[in-house]
Ligand binder design. Sequence first.
Ligand code: SAH
Ligand code: SF4
Ligand code: F3S
Length: 480
Amino acid sequence: MTADKTVFIKTYGCQMNVYDSERMSDTLVPLGYAQTDTLEAADLVILNTCHIREKAAEKVYSELGRIRVLKAERDREGRGLMVAVAGCVAQAEGEEIIRRAPVVDMVFGPQTYHRLPDLIDRVTRGERPSATEPDAPAAPARRTRVVETEFPAEDKFDHLPPVDGARARGRGVTAFLTVQEGCDKFCTFCVVPYTRGAEVSRPAEKILAEARALAAAGVREITLLGQNVNAYHGDGPDGGAWTLARLLRALAAIPGLARLRYTTSHPRDMDDDLIAAHRDLGALMPYLHLPVQSGSDRILAAMNRRHTADDYRRLVDRIRAARPDIALSGDFIVGFPGETDADFEATLDLVRAIDYVGAYTFKYSPRPGTPAADLADAVPEAVATERLHRLQALIDAGERAFAESLVGRTLPVLLEKAGRQQGQLVGRSPYLQPVHVMAPPERIGAIVPVTVESLGRHSLNGTLAEAREPAGASAVRLSA
Ligand code: SAH
Ligand code: SF4
Ligand code: F3S
């Protein structure tokens, strides 16, 4: 079918939303929607939202303000604009969104977007045919709006068009693949168990089929996604439940797939088998995002993380014993209720001990409906801000020191796309750093040895080592 309408999807939040946005766009192709990257060109706009912190949620309302102005213009021109709010704010706030922003036609949560074609149909059919009342102004009160925030009994993945060769093409050389959704951990600060629901793993066979289709379409690197990805326990083809390690081993055997990653993992679910996979699988990149949130046992307990700082240290030791070159990143929250200077110092100590190559740092944001939102002893804003800056400075120093240690070394780089400069490509190091290198565009998709020459702010600059020496002579073992 040829595209006669356009959809603009704006994605906030985590990689799972990025994946969901792609899949939403897949469901719209049969309806004649092509993607556009400008709001002004769109017939349908979908905001795929994030509820994790207050700032993330508020961004949606400011964007809806901009959309309201555009919709008023459209109404004057007689060209429609359908507005949808999807994702975690939709799940958490439901109808409240329409009350606050009457411009919205559709609200649906992360578990219901496979029903998007049906929702669009309901909104479209519900609209008053303008031919019968040609002069009537748009009357918002009579517009049909739909809100879908139930957790449906059916599995959305079974109702989405499968990712086949046609859908996979054009997505580039790296792809996300959701293998697990939801969370049963209930950290006291976190909305995810409420917005994404209970932990559910997709069957291994479906994941392998999707991965094969991606590989056949030229994808070289897949990042497996889940809010708790290492808690994966999907049905295996042999009837038993597969762990993430088992799944990774099967994925590593798919021809063409050179690199595997997974995110986000919880320290409690790093089992021996998964640690062994880091030792055994060359395709599994030596980079692990392993959030810890705090280095204080008291705060970890109040957060319901159910491990101590020492448990985490010992876990990292075991992972490093299996894969000595592994680089670690983390997530940290400062200013959790009751966090003292000593608690914060314990976090700094942990950061120094682990020697992260990067991390996301956040100021605690109380979220409605979570247990921590009711805790007393809020940390004053100014104190939290100061802690955030100190922690970030320490993390930045670690990131810089790691990057500096790579200068002069030759790394296998997966070339992903054209760079800003003429003749330049951008790729990724095994440690997820962007790498700029002069190379011809036909090398996109190849993994090439690059000697790091200098550093950008958050990137590496290098030269193709194979121009000077055969790839086999490179100092670093290449993954493909
Ligand atoms: N499942 C992942 C994290 C998902 S949310 C895990 O367990 O690690 C991503 C990050 O956002 C979290 O790791 C945490 O650092 C941060 N975050 C979550 N809720 C937050 C809140 N209420 N305030 C500040 N940061 C928060
Ligand atoms: Fe949120 Fe904790 Fe679940 Fe991560 S493990 S998604 S932080 S509740
Ligand atoms: Fe945000 Fe939902 Fe992801 S709250 S972080 S988009 S799971």
